[in-house]
Write a protein of this length. Structure first.
Length: 256
């Protein structure tokens, strides 16, 4: 049996996780948020983690998940989706797993459209097309239980800029953690609450309110059909909104 734990806001990491799961025998998908709400001893022989890269590292919620993970797999793999640079995400994953007595046997990266920086539609299409064979190759190698940790390393940009400086800029300059809703645009559809893997969004009087367990995935920002949600100074319009075209709302809702 196999399980893939994932975090996904735009749908990129979910798409990768789905492709991997199709190649593994008796494999299920589980959100990292779900595991954090109810941690348990994982009995699966194969354990995978698929995560986006934030600020040249793993998202804090993924790091928290790895610290709480209870598992003793025979084979463990990690895949990170990124706009262009993983920083030290896979190395961080390997170190976190090692502290739990788990060996990361395989680690790989996939470049996919970034949902923070607005990039042209043509570039998105190009990146998604290029990602397909990369994900397919990873899926084949994972299915064969291949051992390959050549990508588990620290990239130069992380050494130059670091994760702390990047998060400082987001929090202090962009006020990134201040989630707000434009009441004149919001129609109370509830999509933001439905897709939030952390169950951090609740509708009160037909409008979303945010709790304290946000994963900073920007899923609510980009999936909102009215572009009514902002993360601090980060706002998106229809031209800047990005969700993976292979993923729909029902898939994003998944089994939270």
């Amino acid at each position: 049996m196999a399980v893939i734990f994932y975090l996904s806001g735009s749908g990129n990491s979910l798409y990768a996780a789905q492709q991997l799961a199709e190649k593994l025998e008796d494999c299920r998908l589980e959100t990292i948020g779900s595991y954090l709400r109810k941690p348990y001893a994982v009995k699966d022989e194969v354990v995978g983690v698929v995560s986006p890269v934030y600020c040249f590292a793993l998202p804090p919620v993924v790091a928290n998940f790895l610290a709480k993970l209870q598992a003793k797999p025979n084979y463990c793999f990690g895949v990170v989706t990124m706009g262009g640079n993983q920083g030290r995400a896979l190395k961080q994953m390997s170190e976190a797993l090692a502290s739990k007595g788990i060996t990361l046997n395989y680690g790989q990266t996939v470049i996919m459209p970034d949902n923070f920086f607005g990039i042209p539609q043509e570039k998105r299409v190009e990146q998604l097309k290029a990602a397909e064979p990369v994900v397919a190759k990873i899926a084949e190698e994972v299915a064969e239980a291949k051992a390959d940790v050549t990508s588990v390393k620290e990239a130069m940009l992380w050494k130059l800029f670091g994760t702390s400086a990047s998060w400082w800029y987001l929090k202090n300059r962009l006020n990134f953690e201040n989630m707000t809703v434009d009441a004149t645009k919001c129609v109370g559809c509830g999509i933001c609450a439905d897709i939030c893997q952390m169950e951090n969004i609740k509708l009160i009087d037909g409008k979303p309110t945010f709790g304290t367990s946000c994963a900073n995935c920007l899923g609510c920002v980009h999936w909102c059909p009215q572009s009514a949600i902002s993360a601090g100074k980060l706002t998106v319009d229809n031209a800047r909104r990005y969700v993976n075209p292979n993923i729909n709302l029902e898939m994003m809702k998944g089994d939270k």
